[in-house]
Design a protein around this ligand. Structure first.
Ligand code: ATP
Ligand code: MG
Length: 137
């Protein structure tokens, strides 16, 4: 069964949105495999967003992800990688369709509440990076 890595970013945790966001994935029918609240080192943040290291906003992105606790999760289900991305909505909440997480809970492209893996290769890479072989159900 397909698995993806989702992370509620520091803005979502700080604003108390963990429960509402998890409820959406539970109601959809996806299965929670593992989850943890954690602070993120710069090293982990830089590895996670390695593909973006040449972007002008890379420094701000790493500053933001390391600014407070995040809620890291592994979810499982049919086509969970692409369906979770659809449920999240476009990167910029201003472009996200109503009913998506980013449209309903966020207003800025930097503080857009949630991350989701964008391909099977990145899902595997991110699960390994964030959960490092920890026992998972
Ligand atoms: P994520 O990887 O967080 O799930 P995404 O895949 O929709 O988001 P990416 O292109 O991977 O988008 O960008 C990663 C993150 O970098 C975005 O979620 C956003 O917070 C930030 N970001 C992207 N583009 C910009 C931008 N133009 N200005 C500022 N921040 C940006
Ligand atoms: Mg991305």
């Amino acid at each position: 069964m397909e698995r993806t890595f989702l992370m509620i970013k520091p803005d979502g945790v700080q604003r108390g949105l963990i429960g509402q966001i998890m409820t959406r994935f539970e109601k959809k029918g996806f299965k929670l495999v593992n989850a943890k609240l954690m602070t993120v080192s710069r090293e982990l943040a830089e590895k996670h967003y390695d593909e973006l290291k040449e972007k002008p906003f890379f420094g701000e992105l790493v500053d933001f992800i390391t600014s407070g606790p995040v809620f890291a999760m592994i979810w499982e289900g049919n086509n969970v990688i692409s369906v979770a991305r659809a449920m999240m909505g476009k990167t910029n909440p201003a472009d996200a369709a109503p009913g998506t997480i980013r449209a309903d809970f966020a207003v800025s492209v930097g503080m857009n509440v949630i991350h989701g893996s964008d391909s099977p290769e990145n899902a595997q890479r991110e699960i390994d990076l964030w959960f490092n072989g920890e026992a998972i159900s």
